[in-house]
Ligand binder design. Structure first.
Ligand SMILES: Cc1cc2nc3c(=O)[nH]c(=O)nc-3n(C[C@H](O)[C@H](O)[C@H](O)COP(=O)(O)OP(=O)(O)OC[C@H]3O[C@@H](n4cnc5c(N)ncnc54)[C@H](O)[C@@H]3O)c2cc1C
Length: 486
C-alpha cells in the first residue's frame, strides 16, 4: 500500500449521523488544520438512524428552537426552518406548530437542515464523505490506524472518532425463538414490515418509550384498527411536553450530590419548589438535563449503577418526551380503548397457528396473563451494552486494545476529554468517542443538543492536536499527550 505523508492531521470520523456530521461541521467551521473524512454508508451526512426516516408521523421530540448543529447558536435550526419556508424551499407544515407556538417538524426536515449546513464544506472538499462501512482496523508501524472499508479501499487515520451511534435493539430472550418468523418485527424502523401489518392485527409492543410511540403513530397513520398492548417493566409511558415560561433556578450541583437517593430527594423537592413558583415539572427536568453531566460526575460508580437500576425508567419517561402530535394519537387510542399500557415481564411465547400466545407476569404480583397476538414488535431501545459485538469497527478496535466497554454497559469507556480508555486503562491518543457511545462517562448523552455540546469538546481536542501536526508530524502528535500551545 502506498501511503502519502501528509503534514496535516488525518481525522477519520466513523459514522455520519448527527454526532459525526456535527463534529465534521464544527471542525470545518473552526478551520482545523486537519484532513476531515467521514465514513458513512448513507447517502447524506447528518441523517443517521433518527433523521433518515421519511415517515410523516416521526417528529422531533425536542422543540425546534433547542435543536441545533451549533451549540453556540441554539436557534440555528429554527432560523434555517423559517428561512427555508419563506424562500419556498420547504412547505410550511402547520401541524408542526403547537398551541404555544413551538415547532416540532418532521425528523426528516431536521436531517435536511444538517445535510444542507454541511453541503458547502463538502463542495469545497474541506469535509470528505466516503460512502462505505468500516470493517476491520489495523495498526500501522508509525502507530496510525488503517481502516478497511466495505468498498475494499483503505484509509489511514492519525485520529479516529467513533460516532457509530445506536446499536440495533436486542431481541428479548422470551421472544428470541420467533426470530425470522412473520409474527415478529425485530426492527421497529422497518417501514416495509410495518406497512404489511394487517389492519385488524392484535399487536404486542415490547417497550413503552419513544420508539414504541413512533411505531404506534405509524400504524395509526397506516389505518390500523386492532388492539395494541404495550408492555414494559414499569408500564410507564413517555410523558408529553409542557410549557416552560421561566427557567427553573434550582441548583443540583452546589453542594454536590453524592448518592442516588439524595438526588431523588432533591428532584422531589425541586419539583415542589418549582410548582410553588407556578412552574411544572418540565422546567425542573430541563434544569436537571442542563446540569446532568455535573451531577453524574459527582457520583461514584456504585451510585451511578444504583441510579440506573432504580431511577432510569423514571428519568427516561420524563426526560425523553413525546412530540405533541404523537401524544395526541396515543391519547386518542387509549381513550378509544384500543391501546393499553401494562406493567409486566414477558415469560414465554408459543406459536398458536398464525398467532403467538404470550404469557407475562404482572408487575408486583404473581398474576400470570396469557393472550394471543398476531404481531410482536420489539421497541426495547438500542442494546448499548452490545455495541462492540454488534459493530465490526468497534470489535476490531477492541481487539487492538484501543477501546474497552463502559463498566455500566452504556457503551464505551471514555475519559473526561472524550478519549477512549484503552485496555491498559490509559486515555487513547488515537481514538475519541462521539455521541451516545460515550454516555457512560457523561450520563445524559442521547439528545441532539447534548451530542452537539459533547462533540464541541472533541472538536477542541482535535484542533489542539492539529495545530502541532505540521511542526511535529501527525504521527508524533497523535502518539503522546499534547500540551496546549500558548
Ligand atoms: C429514532 C430516534 C429519534 C430521535 N429523535 C430525537 C429528537 O427528536 N430530538 C433529539 O434531540 N434527539 C433525538 N434523538 C436522539 C439523537 O438525535 C441521537 O441520539 C443522535 O442523533 C445520535 O446520533 P449519532 O450520530 O451518534 O448516531 P446515529 O444516528 O445512530 O448514527 C450513527 C451512524 O454511524 C453509521 N455507522 C455505524 N457503524 C459504522 C461503521 N462501521 N462504518 C461506517 N459508518 C457506521 C451508521 O450508518 C449511522 O448513520 C433520536 C434518536 C433516535 C434513535
Amino acid at each position: 500500500m502506498t501511503v502519502l505523508q501528509s503534514p496535516r492531521l488525518r481525522v477519520v470520523i466513523i459514522g455520519g449521523g448527527f454526532s459525526g456530521a456535527s463534529l465534521a461541521w464544527q471542525l470545518a467551521e473552526m478551520r482545523a488544520q486537519a484532513v476531515i473524512t467521514v465514513v458513512e454508508p448513507r447517502s447524506e451526512l447528518g441523517r443517521g438512524l433518527a433523521y433518515s426516516t421519511n415517515e410523516p408521523t416521526h417528529r422531533i421530540n425536542v422543540p425546534a428552537h433547542r435543536m441545533s448543529l451549533d451549540p453556540e447558536r441554539r436557534e440555528d435550526f429554527l432560523e434555517w426552518l423559517t428561512e427555508a419556508e419563506e424562500q419556498g424551499r420547504l412547505d410550511h407544515d402547520r401541524q408542526s406548530v403547537t398551541e404555544h407556538g413551538e415547532r416540532f417538524p418532521r425528523r426528516e426536515v431536521f436531517g435536511r437542515y444538517v445535510s444542507e449546513r454541511l453541503a458547502p464544506h463538502l463542495e469545497t472538499g474541506t469535509i470528505r464523505h466516503i460512502r462505505a462501512r468500516v470493517g476491520d482496523v489495523e495498526r500501522a508501524l508509525d502507530g496510525s490506524l488503517v481502516l478497511m472499508l466495505s468498498d475494499e479501499s483503505r484509509i489511514r487515520a492519525d485520529i479516529v472518532v467513533l460516532a457509530t451511534g445506536h446499536p440495533a435493539p436486542a431481541v428479548p430472550k422470551p421472544v428470541a425463538g420467533l426470530t425470522g418468523a412473520a409474527q415478529l418485527i425485530a426492527d421497529p424502523y422497518d417501514p416495509v414490515r410495518l406497512a404489511e401489518v394487517d389492519k385488524d392485527a392484535r399487536i404486542l409492543v415490547l417497550g413503552a418509550a419513544l420508539t414504541s410511540a413512533d411505531v404506534i403513530a405509524t400504524l395509526d397513520r397506516l389505518g390500523h384498527q386492532g388492539r395494541i398492548t404495550c408492555i414494559s417493566r414499569h408500564g410507564l409511558r413517555s410523558r408529553g411536553h409542557g410549557q416552560i415560561t421561566r427557567d427553573s433556578q434550582v441548583d443540583f450541583v452546589n453542594p454536590p450530590i453524592r448518592r442516588a437517593s439524595e438526588l431523588l430527594r432533591a428532584v422531589r423537592h425541586a419539583v415542589v419548589d418549582d410548582q410553588a413558583q407556578g412552574q411544572s415539572w418540565h422546567a425542573t427536568f430541563y434544569r436537571l438535563r442542563q446540569q446532568g453531566p455535573q451531577i453524574w460526575a459527582g457520583l461514584d460508580a456504585a451510585n451511578r449503577a444504583r441510579l440506573l437500576r432504580h431511577l432510569r425508567t423514571l428519568w427516561d419517561v420524563h426526560r425523553y418526551r413525546l412530540a405533541p402530535q404523537v401524544e395526541v394519537v396515543l391519547n386518542r387510542l387509549v381513550a378509544d380503548g384500543r391501546l393499553e399500557y401494562v406493567a409486566g415481564h414477558v415469560l414465554a411465547t408459543e406459536r398458536d397457528g398464525e398467532a403467538v400466545r404470550v404469557s407475562w407476569r404482572e408487575r408486583g404480583g404473581e398474576t400470570r396473563r396469557t393472550e394471543s397476538f398476531d404481531k410482536i414488535i420489539v421497541t426495547t431501545g438500542p442494546a448499548q451494552g452490545r455495541c462492540i459485538d454488534w459493530n465490526p469497527a468497534l470489535g476490531a478496535l477492541a481487539r487492538l486494545g484501543l477501546v474497552t466497554p463502559d463498566p455500566l454497559g452504556l457503551g464505551l469507556a471514555t475519559t473526561e476529554t472524550c478519549r477512549a480508555i484503552d485496555a491498559s486503562g490509559a486515555a487513547s491518543q488515537r481514538v475519541l468517542i462521539a455521541g451516545p457511545l460515550a454516555r457512560g462517562h457523561i450520563g445524559e448523552l442521547v439528545g441532539a443538543p447534548e451530542c452537539a455540546i459533547q462533540v464541541s469538546a472533541i472538536a477542541a481536542e482535535i484542533v489542539k492536536q492539529a495545530i502541532l501536526a505540521p511542526i511535529l508530524g501527525p504521527a508524533a502528535v497523535a502518539h503522546g499527550p499534547v500540551a496546549t500551545p500558548s
